[in-house]
Design a binder for this molecule. Structure first.
Ligand code: HEM
Length: 187
């Protein structure tokens, strides 16, 4: 997982629970206390999963609550950190369409081909009139985060859209298939 995710997660913990909570989470996750996650570097997925699990325990929140808090923290940070992506898109449909491209930009900076492929292969978006279908496959199983971030983008652009996950890897599907429908688009 690219370090932007871990960095912002620990920044969020710091804001919610202070330095002590960050230290406890690193300790429980087996991450050295002095680790500083770099936003363009790739770190092991297993380490990220341990950090997340420890975060849920220390903050006493559910995975669903973590997705909502994190999506909000991440969205607010992304608007400031990467304003160009937001300026390029006139609505959430355009943003969600280029989301895999944004992710793949992080992959281009990664030296080894295998790590690049792992990032590039997680998301594919089909473009239909009034609808996007996102195909998501990842050992991290973050379709809940995907939907929380998609809701955040829809609110940010003041759009109306319906999100429906038709298939999920957690229920035995071969991928997570998330439909985002814009009933009023082009009306
Ligand atoms: C400026 C906007 C965004 C930036 C800079 C960004 C960046 C990133 C980066 C660097 C990662 C780690 C990639 C990896 O290691 O595979 C990531 C993960 C993720 N992002 Fe984004 N992202 C953005 C917007 C979005 C949006 C809008 C969504 C969903 C609607 C989204 C959904 C996810 C999910 C679900 C993951 C976890 C993937 C996994 O490991 O399974 N991102 N993002």
């Amino acid at each position: 997982m690219v370090g932007l995710i871990q960095k912002l997660f620990l920044d969020m913990i710091q804001a919610l629970g202070g330095e002590a909570a960050v230290a406890e989470i690193k300790k429980q996750a087996g991450v050295p206390l002095d680790t500083v996650f770099q936003i363009n570097e790739v770190y092991p997925d297993e380490e990220w999963q341990r950090l997340l699990a420890a975060g849920l325990k220390v903050l006493k929140i559910t995975p669903e609550q973590a997705d909502e808090y994190y999506a909000d923290y991440f969205g607010k940070d992304a608007v400031k950190r990467f304003p160009t992506w937001f300026e390029m898109c006139k609505n959430s449909y355009e943003f969600l369409l280029i989301q895999p491209t944004i992710h793949n930009c992080f992959a281009t900076g990664v030296a080894d081909q295998k790590s690049r492929d792992v990032i590039n292969d997680k998301f594919v978006v089909d473009k239909l009139p009034n609808k996007l279908i996102t195909h998501y496959r990842s050992p991290n199983g973050h379709c809940g985060l995907y939907k929380a971030l998609a809701r955040w983008m829809i609110r940010y652009y003041k759009d109306e859209a319906i999100i429906d996950e038709k298939q999920c890897m957690k229920s035995g599907g071969k991928e997570c298939e998330i439909h985002i429908e814009y009933p009023k688009m082009g009306a």
